[in-house]
Ligand binder design. Structure first.
Ligand code: MG
Length: 319
């Protein structure tokens, strides 16, 4: 079976003959061979050509293989590139150990057996591929951990993490933030009369509408059930009310329809709280305050925005 072609390799050796021998051995494995005859031009070639694999001699004029390897390993983009070291010195345990300590992936003595070089290259490529797959899977898991599956918005967990980060920054900058808790009015009725597919469709659409209306830097997440949460940074209560009405009117004016339910209009009740304000000096207090304002929006007729106003007599536990 023919070996797969796997992109670009950088060959570093002051002997052209040695580079030719490597190319011959790896002709079927790599599609592009970039060559350099000393460490300095090899660093330049690495930066410009971004090879996915390096084979380097140790004994070279000016910058030798050791310094070349340690330079590559100190670069962000050079941390994971497989590097095979070559040395023309027999009995080179000390060289081997130095090379491995600097970050080489493997070591061969010249003149090398071409089948052995090929086998070592393939083994390193296999490891590299497994590592890439693992990285991709980890990135996916990280994304899933902070994403709400139904709406594709950030989830509650990400919301708290991001807000904590912002607050930590804000403590130094003395800023204000506004927290909007948005709840779909009569959502239970949609689920009960049209089914959960209809409810899910409404949640997805509202999520997308809120995301489209959200501005750069504003934090939006599905908070749970039929609740969404939005944080506006460096915003006073007047501007926060304007923003909350912007979200409320967007949903109110949208005509919801799908194969699961007839065309319908939906409204939001919104509770709004500002941080810091009175006893509202923690994230928990902020959300509790927004929740109690949301409760007032519900009891006073829904489809409205209520601003939480802290009074010294307030117990902070009004919901
Ligand atoms: Mg040499």
């Amino acid at each position: 079976m023919a070996a797969p072609i796997t992109g670009k390799v950088l060959l570093v050796d002051d002997s052209q003959q040695a580079r030719l021998a490597i190319k011959d051995a790896l002709r079927d494995t790599f599609s592009i061979f970039v060559e350099a005859d000393d460490g300095l031009s090899a660093i330049k070639a690495f930066v410009e050509e971004k090879p996915g694999f390096i084979i380097t001699d140790i004994e070279m004029p000016s910058i030798n293989g050791y310094r070349f390897i340690s330079t590559i390993r100190n670069m962000e983009e050079g941390r994971d590139v497989p590097i095979i070291m070559l040395s023309g010195t027999k009995n080179s345990l000390k060289k081997k150990l130095t090379g491995f300590n600097l970050g080489a992936s493997d070591f061969l003595i010249k003149p090398f057996d071409s089948e052995e070089l090929l086998a070592r290259v393939k083994s390193l490529l296999r490891m590299r591929n497994l590592m890439d797959e693992l990285k991709e899977k980890n990135a996916l898991l990280e994304k899933l951990a902070v994403t709400d599956e139904l709406t594709g918005l950030h989830n509650r967990r990400h919301f708290f993490e991001a807000l904590r980060e912002q607050l930590a920054l804000g403590l130094r900058h003395n800023f204000k933030l506004a927290c909007l808790l948005l709840d779909i009015d009569f959502f239970k009725k949609i689920n009960d009369t049209c089914g959960h597919m209809a409810g899910d469709d409404v949640l997805r659409k509202i999520g997308a509408l809120l995301a489209s209306c959200k501005r750069e830097g504003e934090l939006l997440a599905r908070f749970g059930g039929e609740e969404f949460i939005i944080c506006l940074f460096n915003t006073d209560s007047e501007n926060a009310i304007l923003a909350a009405d912007r979200f409320r009117n967007l949903i109110k004016s949208y005509s919801f329809s799908s194969s699961f339910y007839p065309a319908t209009h939906i409204t939001l009740s919104i509770g709004l709280a500002i941080y810091p304000q009175g006893a509202v000096i923690s994230i928990d207090e902020l959300i509790k305050a927004a929740d109690s304002a949301l409760y007032r929006s519900k009891t006073e007729g829904r489809d409205r925005v209520t601003l939480y106003e802290w009074a010294p007599s307030s117990t902070g536990n009004q919901s």
